[in-house]
Structures are given as C-alpha cells and as structure tokens.
Ligand binder design. Sequence first.
Ligand code: SF4
Ligand code: MG
Length: 329
Amino acid sequence: EGLRVTFPGSRRGVGRGKRSVTAVDDVSLHIERGETLGLVGESGSGKSTTGRAVLKLVALETGAVQIDGQDLTHSRGAQLRRLRRQSQMVFQDPYSSLDPSTTVGASIAEPLRVHESMSKQQRRDRVVELLDLVGLRPSHADRYPYEFSGGQRQRVAIARALALNPRLIVCDEAVSALDVSTQNQVINLLEDLRERFELSYLFIAHDLAVVRHISHRVAVMYLGRIVETGPVERIYEQPAHPYTQALLSAIPAPDPKLRGTKRIFLSGDIPDPSAPPPGCPFHTRCAHAMDICSRERPAMTPIEGGGEAACHLQTSGPRLAGQPLSATK
Ligand code: SF4
Ligand code: MG
C-alpha cells in the first residue's frame, strides 16, 4: 500500500550524478491467495525494486506491506521473522542465490537451519522431499550448482524458496535466462506448486508472452509508478493506457483478431528517473498527450472489464477502454 522507495544520490555514482532516484513511487498492489500477479514494464521501471520492497529487502520511505492482514513493515523481532518466512524470492540467476562451494542439499537446508529446530535427519528428509517437489532426485542433494543445467539450478532455487512453506513467492525474471522449452517446464512446475500449496506469485518479467501465460492479473509499471492493472485477458485484448498499448503492440500477436495491429513506436528513451516529468510520467512519449497531461498527474480510474488505469483520456478525453487494441490506432 503506497510503497515508495528512494535511493540516495551519490557524488561518485555512475551516470546519474548526485541526484536521488525514487525507484518506486506510490505503488499499491494486492495479490489473492493462489493468484499470480504479473508485473511488467521496461527495464528501469522499478519492477525489481517493487519486488524487493514487498519482501522488505529495501527500505521503504513510505507505505506498508501486509501478509494475511499482518503488517510486515512495522514488525520487529520474532514477529518479523515469522512474517518474513511467508514471502520468498526466486531470482533470474540462481548463481546469485546458490553458494557455488556448497552442495545443493546444504543450500536448500540453510533456511531450515536458520528458522526451524530440526534434527539433522529431519532436515535431510525435508531436503529430499523438497527436491522431489521440484522434480529432482535425492542424490542431487550431494552435488554442486555447477553440475546442474540452468533449468535444474532454477528448480533448486524454487526448492529453497519453498523450504519454509511461504505464502508468497516473488519471481524476479525467474525464467528469463532459460531457453524456451526449459522455460515452459519451469513455468509448469510453478503452476503445479501454486495449485498444490495455494501459493501467490508476484511474477516480474519483461517477456509479455510469458506473463500472459502465467498471470491471472497484470500490473504495468512506468518510471516507478503503476499505470494500469487488470485481469490478464482485458489487459492483453483491451489495454486502456497508451503505454500498455505501446508495450503490447511490440509483441507478435498469434491471435488472428490482433493481426494487422500496427506497432506503436515509443518516441525517445525512458526519461531520467532522477528527474521524472511532471504530470503524467508518460507524457513525453505519449501520442495522445493533451495539455493537462504535463500538468496534472492522472489518478487510477476503474476500467470497463476490470482493473484501473492512470490516464487523463479515461476522464477528460475520448475513452479508449472497451475498444480492441487494433481499433485504437
Ligand atoms: Fe498519454 Fe495523457 Fe494518458 Fe499520460 S495521461 S498516458 S500523456 S493521454
Ligand atoms: Mg529487474
């Protein structure tokens, strides 16, 4: 609710100079039990920082995170530890989370050692159970990360994330480094685990086809802000926000109804996040921009078909929602 994360500027910072950057600005999201929320946007839009903020891995300037109605943000001590185990993260590159000099079994057992009082044998049994859940064999426990393929390493990372029976798993580009067939296998695994344990996923990815496949709902970020949310079908078939329309027009459409949709090219680069444009953050690149857009920040407004979008066209211009993507250009 209202998450805001600002990284202080550094005199010696590369490129951005001394100005601080608000990487996440007033972001509110909710995820139901058993639901996958896809989070999309160009690189630098604040997706990963949002994921980390949800897990309390970066400091929040404002806002709060609740899990099952319990406030993670202001918890301390034992309560914080208890809430922390309920949300875990799976990263793009398992090398960053798996110690290369430690066996895969020991890596999976580490959260158990820290959080659970288990005997060595109980831990060993749980590791074998977790390996089985992700489609690996008990003998894999004694091997090292370098002995595994990329897909197997991602399975290990998922087993480790599952060790403490979390409610929420933040998947940050979790399948992005894998080839397409391995991607599909890992996505199927994530789907099976979600159904089996009623897990919730915040699924961060730049691949819009993958997000469409796995998500129930989608949130679109631009320059640290959520600009649109909605059920996956509505977002992909009738995107309301001009930025969402541009993002989606860039992917090849297998749906014959969408063939012939013109690609919408975004003019210019994503603005410097240390000096975001006033008003609508997208106005410097938006083909529909009006006078009001550079002055007033548009509020999130309900969209026909579900979800919300932050665009003045929804309130003061011709309505775009409810029209198929092909009809908007
Ligand atoms: Fe474009 Fe204006 Fe809508 Fe922003 S508010 S997306 S600039 S039309
Ligand atoms: Mg990222």
